[in-house]
Design a protein around this ligand. Structure first.
Ligand code: 13P
Ligand code: SF4
Length: 348
C-alpha cells in the first residue's frame, strides 16, 4: 500500500488542469444554444454532477438531463432511453455509466478528468492487497476504476455506504475498504464494523480545516454544519449532518436553520442555492488557514475540466478520445459489485 506522500506524488503527476482549460466564457449564450440543439439532434442526454460549473448544471436542467450525486447519475443514465449519454463529471462516473449501459455510447468532455481516489488505488496493487486478505469482503467506493470495481464484492457511494456496511456487519462479515481512508474511518466509527482501510484521500475534502470551521461557528452560532464524509475526522466531528452531495442539499432545504456552513466542493452551491431559495445563508467552510496546502480552494481540478467548449466538441464530433470504453470481461465483473449496490438501495 502507498504512503500518503507517494499518493500525493502520483496525484500531482495527474494534475494537468490549467486555469486556461477551465476559464473560458462560461455563459457564452451562442455556444449554449448550439449545445442544446446538438443534444436534441444526436438524441443525447446530459448528466452532470453537482460539482460541475453552474453553466453545465443549468444546461442539464434545461434540456431534460440530470444534475445528481454519483449514485443518482448511475441510476438515471441506466434508466433513460437516450442512446448516447454525455457524462459531465469525472472519469469513474463515465465508466460506471458504461458498465451499467453497455449498449449506450458514453462520452465525456475530457477523459483526463480523473479523481485523486482513483489515481491512488491502481488495480494491480489493489488486487494484491485483496489477495493478502482473502477472509474479508471487499467493498470499494464508487470513486475507483472499473478494474478496481471488478475486484470488489460491493461498490458503494457516500449516499449508501453506511447502510451497506451495516448490512454486511449483520452478516458477520469483515470488510476490506478502499480507497478513501476518511470515509472508511467515518463508516468504521459510525458502525463499529471490522474494516481494514486502504490509504487514499480526496485532495479537495482533506483540506477542510476544523479550526476554521470552529472560528466560523463563533461568528454564526446558529449555523448548521454540513460535511461530505471524504473530509477528515476532525471536520466530521463538527458536523450536524454528514452525507453525500444530495443528502447535504436536502439537509440545507429541510433544516430550520437560517445559515449553513458547508464543507464540500464549491460547485454544490449552485444547486443548493436554487433549492433553499434566497432566505438562507450558505457559507463556505474554509480550506485555507493554518497548515493549508490547497491551492484550489475547495475546487476539484478534475471537475473543472468539464467546459462548455468540451461539451460542444464532444457533441459535434463524438471523437474516440472522448468515448468511454470498458473491457468486456472487466465490465461484467464490475457490474456484479455495482448491481448489488443498485439492488440494495432500490429495496430500501
Ligand atoms: P457524491 O456521491 O456525494 O456525489 O460524491 C462524489 C464525489 O466525488 C465527492 O467528492
Ligand atoms: Fe475525486 Fe475529490 Fe474530485 Fe470528488 S472532489 S471527484 S473525490 S478529487
Amino acid at each position: 500500500m502507498f504512503t500518503s506522500e507517494e499518493i500525493r506524488e502520483r496525484v500531482n503527476r495527474h494534475l494537468t488542469c490549467k486555469k486556461s482549460d477551465v476559464l473560458e466564457d462560461p455563459f457564452n449564450h451562442e455556444r449554449i444554444s448550439r449545445i442544446k440543439n446538438l443534444l436534441k439532434e444526436k438524441n443525447a442526454l446530459l448528466i452532470a454532477h453537482y460539482y460541475t460549473h453552474p453553466a453545465i448544471q443549468a444546461l442539464a436542467d434545461e434540456t431534460g438531463g440530470y444534475v445528481a450525486d454519483s449514485l443518482e447519475m448511475a441510476r438515471k443514465g441506466q434508466a433513460h432511453k437516450a442512446t448516447t449519454l454525455i457524462v459531465s463529471g469525472v472519469r469513474f462516473m463515465g465508466e460506471t455509466a458504461k458498465i451499467l449501459s453497455p449498449e449506450k455510447r458514453i462520452f465525456m468532455p475530457n477523459l483526463a478528468a480523473t479523481c485523486s481516489l482513483d489515481v491512488g488505488c491502481p488495480a494491480d496493487e489493489f488486487a494484491a492487497f485483496c489477495d493478502q486478505h482473502p477472509d474479508r469482503t471487499v467493498v470499494v467506493y464508487a470513486n475507483t476504476s472499473a478494474a478496481v470495481k471488478a475486484r470488489a464484492d460491493w461498490t458503494v457511494t457516500s449516499g449508501c455506504a453506511v447502510s451497506i456496511i451495516e448490512h454486511l456487519q449483520d452478516q458477520g462479515k469483515k470488510i476490506l475498504w478502499a480507497p478513501d481512508k476518511f470515509l472508511g474511518n467515518y463508516i468504521k466509527t459510525k458502525t463499529g464494523a471490522d474494516m481494514l482501510l486502504w490509504n487514499g484521500s480526496c485532495i479537495v475534502h482533506e483540506e477542510f480545516k476544523a479550526q476554521g470551521i470552529r472560528e466560523l461557528k463563533h461568528l454564526y452560532p446558529n449555523a448548521a454544519v454540513l460535511v461530505h464524509p471524504e473530509s477528515p475526522a476532525s471536520v466530521i466531528a463538527l458536523a450536524d449532518v454528514t452525507g453525500s452531495t444530495s443528502q447535504l442539499i436536502e439537509a440545507a432545504r429541510s433544516m430550520p436553520n437560517s445559515s449553513f456552513i458547508i464543507a464540500t466542493e464549491k460547485g454544490i452551491f449552485y444547486k443548493m442555492r436554487k433549492v433553499v431559495g434566497d432566505t438562507k445563508q450558505l457559507i463556505e467552510a474554509p480550506t485555507a488557514g493554518k497548515g493549508a496546502t490547497c491551492k484550489s480552494c475547495a475546487r476539484c481540478p478534475w471537475m473543472a475540466m468539464n467546459t462548455l467548449s468540451g461539451l460542444e466538441h464532444v457533441l459535434d464530433n463524438q471523437p474516440d478520445e472522448c468515448e468511454i470504453h470498458v473491457d468486456n470481461l472487466v465490465r461484467k465483473k464490475a457490474l456484479i459489485s455495482l448491481q448489488r449496490m443498485l439492488d440494495f438501495t432500490r429495496v430500501r
